[in-house]
Design a protein around this ligand. Structure first.
Ligand code: FAD
Ligand code: NAI
Length: 455
């Protein structure tokens, strides 16, 4: 039996980041990865979706060029070429992770790792008939799509009519029509892409708004923009059946059917725990996610869980930070995570980027909070670059402690701006100190500072 200081199950952002930091900290580390290093994020998530969305943005630009004095004819979109480029980007990044693992002397085993209990020497893992042991274990097995029990859905998947986010990123051609179930992050990003490149897109969402709990003022900006571009939204609707080439949904008590070339199911993700053997060492779960504390410890000493598998915040950057926190604690360096300042972005056009509390969530916690909402048109750069834009900045301020609680943005560059807001919230920066900070001009980010003077 081969022994290590740390066994990591899963080679996604949580797993590979933890492996890198653990090896740098002197731990003899092994990572088990059943598919491809980089996990969902690099292979079938963050990176490939952003590569495709960027191709769509380039394609869309000339179509709206005339108002900026640019005209172009015969602009064509080559979907297979966009997919091929996406694949090249993914390959390069995955290669980079493999190189990092090698450089740090991390052992990578391409196999499914299964927990087989523990003894005095540590936790036992089996993979392809071999056994491995370590005193420390990090579970970073990620998540998979939730598949609801809708009649006809299983058959739809078998026939390739229904798809998850994994398959849709590799479609050989643009479907004539696409029905998307779920107006969450995946649904909205894929709606933006396929609508831009020529599909007729309908999004069916059971709630009465898009993008879940994100602030309504910012999600309304995105909703209006996507609608204007041609995305058809069916809100407060429930899918009741998937047929041969159609989707039946209930709208105001009435069943309606819509034809589709393909159906994307994006109604959320759930941790990967089945068959993993966590019960052999007594790991506690809650709502199918491994329970962890702010140090990423599970209820079993020596076992940590980072990334989507703990269900706290299913984002790659959270997975990264959680991995660092877990490894620091393994190495005896006290560290803990603050989930109050995790930014999240919807990479559509316009982008939506949010961090911290909404007014509703702050008031629910009994905080004396106020909201200020200003147009991005206060920014000279936004005016110069976005003709007729309706972007907004909404700030939530703790009026008692005079600090920022939440920043909600819809507009251009917001994915690149939001980290600054996360820093202001994480460090509990005082509003007066933000006002004294000089922001560059002309930029979109200076609207955050301007908005504070509107309080
Ligand atoms: P994963 O990336 O899921 O990695 C887990 C790995 O474990 C997988 O590679 C899996 O093969 C492996 N594994 C599982 N079980 C075993 C086992 N028993 N033995 C061996 N290996 C195993 N997040 C963002 O922050 N920004 C984005 O723009 C973004 N875009 C996304 C777009 C899409 C379409 C999707 C689906 C997700 C997106 N996400 C995004 C979410 C992001 O991908 C996840 O939050 C992130 O990948 C979580 O990292 P992880 O390491 O926890 O898990
Ligand atoms: P999600 O949780 O973001 O959204 C799911 C949506 O589906 C919700 O609006 C929900 O109300 C709706 N829904 C649920 N059941 C439904 C039903 N039966 N019929 C109709 N609608 C239904 O989940 P999604 O989009 O699948 O993404 C999963 C996760 O992946 C995200 O929560 C996020 O953590 C991550 N992700 C992050 C991205 C980013 O950071 N840019 C991009 C893509 C994914």
């Amino acid at each position: 039996m081969e022994t290590f200081d740390l066994i990591i199950l899963g080679g996604g952002p949580a797993g590979y980041r933890a492996a890198q930091r653990a090896a740098q900290g002197g731990l003899k580390t092994v990572v088990f990865e059943k598919r491809s290093l980089g996990g969902v994020c690099l292979n079938v998530g963050c990176t490939p979706s952003k590569a495709l969305l960027n191709s769509a943005t380039i394609y869309e630009s000339p179509a709206h060029g005339e108002k900026y004095g640019v005209s172009a004819e015969n602009v064509k979109f080559d979907h297979p070429a966009a997919v091929a480029r996406k694949d090249r980007v993914v390959k390069q990044l995955v290669k980079g992770i493999a190189f990092t693992m090698k450089k740090e002397n991390v052992t990578v085993i391409q196999a499914i790792g299964i927990i087989k209990g523990r003894d005095a020497q540590g936790f036992k893992i089996s993979a392809e008939g071999k056994e491995y042991q370590a005193k420390r274990l990090l579970i970073a097995t990620g998540s998979q799509p939730v598949l609801p029990p809708i009649p006809g859905l299983r058959e739809g998947f078998e026939k390739g009519f229904c798809l998850t986010s994994r398959e849709i990123l590799d479609l050989a051609e643009i479907p004539e029509s696409l029905v998307i179930i779920g107006a969450g992050v995946i649904g909205l990003e894929m709606a933006a892409y396929f609508n831009a490149v020529g599909s007729s897109v309908t999004v069916i969402e059971m709630l009465e708004k898009i993008a879940g709990a994100d602030d309504r003022d910012v999600t309304d900006v995105l909703y209006k923009n996507l609608k204007k571009k041609g995305v058809n939204f069916k809100l407060s609707c429930r899918v009741v059946e998937i047929g041969e080439s159609c989707v039946t949904f209930e709208e105001k008590g009435e069943n309606k059917a819509i034809e589709a070339s393909k159906v994307l199911v994006s109604i959320g993700r759930t941790p990967v725990l089945n068959g993993l053997g966590i019960e052999t060492i007594g790991i506690k779960t809650q709502k199918n996610a491994i329970s962890t504390d702010e140090k990423l410890r599970t209820n079993v000493e020596g076992v940590y869980a980072a990334g989507d598998v703990n269900g706290k915040s299913m984002l790659a950057h959270t997975a990264y930070r959680e991995a660092e926190v877990a490894v620091n604690n393994m190495l005896g360096i006290d560290d803990s995570i603050n989930y109050n300042a995790v930014p999240s972005v919807i990479y559509t056009n316009p982008e939506v980027a949010v961090v911290g509390e909404t007014l509703e969530s702050a008031l629910q916690k009994g905080i004396n909070a106020r909201a200020v909402n200003v147009s991005m048109r206060m920014s000279g750069r936004y005016m110069a670059e976005v003709e007729g834009g309706n972007g907004i900045v909404k700030l939530i301020v703790d009026t008692e402690n005079n600090c920022l609680l939440g920043v909600h943005l819809a507009g251009s560059y917001t994915s690149e701006i939001i980290y600054g807001a996360a820093m202001m919230i994480e460090t509990k920066m005082k509003v007066d100190d933000i006002k004294k900070t000089i922001f560059p001009h002309p930029t979109v980010c200076e609207v955050i500072r301007e908005a504070l003077f509107e309080l």
